[in-house]
Design a protein around this ligand. Structure first.
Ligand SMILES: *[C@@H]1O[C@H](CO)[C@@H](O)[C@H](O)[C@H]1NC(C)=O
Ligand SMILES: *[C@@H]1O[C@H](CO)[C@@H](O)[C@H](O)[C@H]1NC(C)=O
Ligand SMILES: *[C@@H]1O[C@H](CO)[C@@H](O)[C@H](O)[C@H]1NC(C)=O
Ligand SMILES: *[C@@H]1O[C@H](CO)[C@@H](O)[C@H](O)[C@H]1NC(C)=O
Length: 386
């Protein structure tokens, strides 16, 4: 635990944190203009009150930064919530993938493999990145939009140079057999899909994410970094390419990168609500630090290690807290915060001038496409120029 704390500390020194908890809050605070006080009406009481407010705010800020976010017993709970790993582990079985948690194991038959090569050159001078896009079976239009925007070699140098590749990962639609037929045809046409017989629903998301990193780490040669990205994320690959040289990525290091949420996020033990987790599956009240689900990266080594320990914890549906949080603790990974990642809740807009690495948003297909191109030149300075 101590080692991990040190690792985080050194990470924070090298990479400026911009987590939604801290950065926006401070920025707003600093941007607030000083209160204007009419000199005549200012009396000593007011001054004392203002001085006190400023003093209290500064104290609170400093205290907030130094206070441990997890108590010793909460930290211990996270470590104790593991189980002896049995002989059934996550594995690439050739015709299928087995994903194993302590209490549940599922095997997914491979229906279609991508026909694009996911291999990279052996001694690439740049970090090589394989992006596994999590997509719903029926998202036909969205995949076409993504083929034209985020993943197109026309829009990024790193993709054009062959150092970043993309594969769509999906399962089978339970309700509509027709969807699966069209999907099969789409896969034959583009060759960029990995399809298994997994039911394409919310409960299976952690299985889908683990299956993605299993495929990438066991079948793709010379991948340094594996990215997991959702289909509703605007992402500029060249922005990542610009950040990578400073991140000392080597295939055998144990790194998880993304938008880090500070340790201490509350667990929802309230049935029938969003992100509900039964106490039987995870009894602790808080999560360790984790990288937010819409887009995160890990080294190939971290992926392999996570798959090795996946059967040491019980299944929970909250994919990011589990994979980039709890398993990160188990494999003692170093977590690195990436800047310029935003979410729908008003953190950024099309018109904002902030630089973008990624934006998880609720745009429809056409808005997604338009925004990607609209912002390409203004919100991504390192992006390939045309
Ligand atoms: C796991 O161990 C049990 C009992 O020790 C055995 O019956 C089972 O075949 C093993 N499974 C695998 C996948 O090795
Ligand atoms: C796979 O791709 C190769 C070349 O890129 C092509 O010749 C072949 O027909 C493709 N196979 C399928 C099944 O699409
Ligand atoms: C899939 O492709 C086949 C062969 O081109 C075609 O006969 C079939 O109608 C297509 N299915 C769907 C659902 O589009
Ligand atoms: C999702 O599919 C699995 C079968 O793979 C099933 O057990 C589960 O109940 C389904 N979840 C939802 C929310 O429909």
């Amino acid at each position: 635990m101590l080692k991990r704390a040190e690792a985080q500390h050194s990470t924070q020194k090298t990479f400026k944190k911009e987590s939604p908890y801290r950065f926006d809050y401070y920025e707003q605070l600093l941007a607030t203009p000083p209160m204007r006080i009419s000199s005549k009406k200012t009396n000593i009481t007011n001054r004392i009150i203002y001085a006190f407010i400023i003093f209290a705010s500064i104290t609170l800020l400093l205290w907030n930064q130094s206070a441990p976010l997890l108590t010793e017993s909460e930290r211990q709970c996270i470590l104790d919530e593991t189980y002896p790993r049995g002989n059934i582990s996550s594995a690439d079985l050739g015709e299928s993938f087995r994903i194993a948690f302590y209490d549940v194991q599922k095997t997914f038959k491979i229906l279609q493999l991508p026909n694009v090569s996911c291999d990279f050159a052996e001694h690439s001078t740049s970090t090589t990145v394989l992006m596994m896009i999590q997509t719903r079976a029926k998202s036909f239009t969205r995949r076409n939009v993504l083929r034209e925007t985020v993943i197109s070699a026309k829009n990024s140098k790193i993709v054009e140079d062959g150092n970043m590749k993309f594969i769509f990962v999906t399962g089978q639609n339970e309700e509509d057999e027709k969807v699966n037929e069209i999907l099969e045809n789409e896969s034959r046409l583009y060759g960029d899909l990995l399809i298994t017989d997994m039911h394409d629903n919310y409960t299976n998301l952690p299985f889908k994410a683990l299956q993605s990193i299993l495929f990438a780490s066991s079948r793709c040669k010379n991948v340094d970094l594996i990215g997991k990205i959702d289909e509703d994320v605007i992402f500029y690959p060249d922005q990542l390419a610009k950040l990578l040289p400073g991140l000392r990525i080597e295939a055998d290091t144990n790194l998880i990168l993304g938008d880090l949420w500070r340790e201490g996020v509350m667990v929802n033990h309230e049935p029938d609500t969003k992100w509900y987790i039964p106490k039987e599956a995870y009894r602790c009240n808080r999560f360790p630090q984790y990288a937010a689900g819409p887009l995160y990266f890990m080294t190939r080594q971290a992926a392999k290690d996570i798959l090795k320990v996946s059967n040491g914890r019980k299944f929970i549906t909250v994919e990011d807290s589990l994979i980039t949080g709890l398993y990160s603790v188990d494999i003692n990974a170093e977590n690195i915060h990436l800047p310029m990642m935003y979410y729908h809740h008003g953190q950024t807009t099309d018109l904002s001038r902030r630089q973008l690495l990624s934006w998880h948003n609720k745009k429809n297909d056409e808005q997604f496409r338009m925004s990607f191109f609209y912002m390409l030149s203004t919100r991504c300075l390192p992006c390939k120029k045309f």
